[in-house]
Design a binder for this molecule. Structure first.
Ligand SMILES: Cc1ncc(COP(=O)(O)O)c(C=O)c1O
Length: 384
């Protein structure tokens, strides 16, 4: 910990920090003023809890362009949402086509499903991490395919995938498109109606600027994966069968009311300020990227600076190992980054950094041009 320095937080791809105004206060209000159990009971505190959750659902649905907020499921996070969809939609004998740059939140459930008899076909990416929809099309044409699975943006290279085209390819062949949106939601303008995925799984605590322990999963109306867990929902208690209506089917048990409320407040902030924040993130990302490529011995992973990317810039140096760089960044300038494989061995395999991992700068809310300049100066020194 660099005690002499302010924290310059470049780890937004892991979790965003700080949170925008209103998020913490909304969570405190949810606990203090709406502390009953939502949907369970008709007393004032239970009703207040139901109201704050409904309002949060409406905010997040509006931000993501979800037409009917009942199709927006609160989950504990992106990993849970992806597990729900993959395990709820796939059965032994199904075939899926998946991109070669997926996070372990997709790879590990698929490994379990493959052992149970799901055929997993991997479509390679180029060295910048781009997936070509034509390659997906070819893979899907080879045999009946239940699902195409692809991330919207990479947590290693920042590469943005053409998920709208992937949806067209999947739907043309009767498959569903499942999208890991952990690094896209909040950072990219998202309208699920226009993009057309059947499932769109988000983390609440990254670009959506909410707290940890909450996520959002959009399920298209016609897509009905089985629920991951069964249990109480507050209504129809005499019926021992799982409800089929949404969101209750997928939200058994008492949910994370403070988390949902914080996420709702963050979504409200993003609806008002998201365009300006995205512009700033693009500017800072490009400034950092352009500065880093000028440093001798540095390789920046992913597409070139002129190409649009999510606000993630990962680098390797020909001589200085990533952990050494990260330690020096924090000691010298209070800069927080993440090294290693970022839970994404497939992506690092694709870009040729599986042996070393990389240093990842994740850009987001709260960072300034000065922070980027300090980071560049420190990198020049460390890599000299
Ligand atoms: C691309 C990607 N997918 C999924 C996840 C998992 O998100 P969570 O840890 O919020 O469940 C992450 C988190 O790092 C990610 O970067």
């Amino acid at each position: 910990m660099a005690e002499d320095h302010p924290i310059r937080y470049f780890d937004h791809a892991a979790t965003s920090w700080p949170k925008p105004p209103g998020v913490t206060a909304a969570m405190v209000r949810a606990i203090e003023d709406a502390g009953g159990n939502p949907g369970r009971g008709a007393h004032a505190l239970a009703l207040a809890a139901a109201r704050v959750v409904a309002s949060a659902r409406g905010e997040v649905a509006a931000l993501l362009g979800v037409p009917d907020e009942r199709d927006l499921i609160f989950t504990p996070g992106c990993t849970y949402g992806l597990n729900l969809v993959l395990k709820g939609a796939l059965a032994p004998g199904d075939r899926v086509v998946v991109s070669a740059v997926e996070h372990n939140a997709v790879v590990r459930p698929l490994t379990v499903l493959a052992a149970a008899g799901v055929e997993v076909v991997v479509v390679a990416a180029d060295r910048e991490g781009r997936i070509d929809p034509d390659d997906v099309d070819r893979a899907v044409r080879e045999a009946p395919t239940r699902a195409v699975i692809c991330q919207h943006a990479s947590n290693v290279t920042g590469t943005i995938q053409p998920v709208g085209d992937m949806a067209d390819v999947a739907h043309a062949h009767g498959a569903v498109l499942i999208v890991d949106a952990a690094q896209a939601a909040g950072h990219l303008p998202v309208d699920v109606r226009a993009l057309g995925p059947d499932a769109y799984a988000c983390s609440g605590h990254k670009g959506l600027l909410g707290p940890q322990g909450i996520g959002a999963l959009y399920l298209a109306p016609g897509f009905q994966p089985r629920e991951l867990i069964e249990g109480g929902g507050g209504g129809d208690s005499a019926d021992t069968g799982q409800p089929t209506r949404r969101p209750d089917r997928y939200e058994s048990g008492t949910g994370n009311t403070p988390g949902a409320t914080g996420l709702g407040a963050a979504a409200r902030y993003l609806r008002e300020h998201g365009d300006a924040l995205r512009d700033l993130e693009c500017t800072l990302t490009r400034r950092l990227h352009e500065g880093l490529v000028e440093i001798p011995g540095i390789r920046v992973l992913g597409p070139p600076p002129a190409e649009e990317r999510a606000p993630v810039v990962s680098v390797v140096h020909e001589r200085v190992p990533p952990d050494e760089i990260a330690l020096a960044l924090e000691r010298r300038a209070g800069i927080a980054v993440r090294t290693g494989l970022h839970c994404s061995p497939w992506a690092h395999q694709t870009v040729g950094t599986i042996e070393t991992g990389a240093v990842r700068f994740g850009i987001g809310y709260g960072l300034t041009g000065e922070d980027v300049d300090v980071a560049l100066e420190a990198m020049r020194d460390i890599c000299r």
